[in-house]
Design a protein around this ligand. Sequence first.
Ligand SMILES: [Zn+2]
Ligand SMILES: [Zn+2]
Length: 225
Amino acid sequence: MRNFLGRLFFGGACFLCRGSASGLLCDACLGELPRLGAELCPRCALQSPHGALCGRCLAEPPGYDATVAVLAYDFPADTLVHALKFRGELALAPFLAELVSQKLAPEARRVDCVVPVPLSAARLRSRGYNQAAEIARYLMPAKLDVGACARRHDSAPQMQLPWAERQRNVRGAFGCNRRLPGARIAVVDDVMTTGATLDEIARTLKAAGAAHVVNWVVARTLPPS
Ligand SMILES: [Zn+2]
Ligand SMILES: [Zn+2]
């Protein structure tokens, strides 16, 4: 039904180039999406020779155990993510969820619940929806748990801060509403930038008892060189 509505809404035109398309994107645009390579650190999804654990994750292990990311946060992935997040193009959610789903190995799917990165109540009210939850509910609807983790307060938007300050900015921003003993949890977000937000969420989930936390994200920002 949603796919049907999506096609109706976009009139059979590619969301990016307006050429004819049977889905949201035409085959050419689909082929040109900036997919991440195979040699990624399994923990943070940044490039790492032979796909080994990277030096940063070895030196300062993040709270999460693994990250699956599909696209580099470059054009046109940024256009798609931005349109879902700020322009209410909700038909992009099942499309982006499908990209993530295609990259999940069978063993990666063994999770007890799927938790979208929460927005604060104030931001949820002003935006009207949580883009991470919109993606997450197409991934594993039966395991979706939007209430496991809440955002207690808004910190300054991460985008406006230098990378080094982002960790401090989100400290204590999240809270769990119940114990999660031994749970294997997938945390879903649209974009992973420094990973500071996902690190803090993983630490919060583990403090509530979670045993294993993996990130499922659509796009990964590559660090400034
Ligand atoms: Zn196109
Ligand atoms: Zn790493």
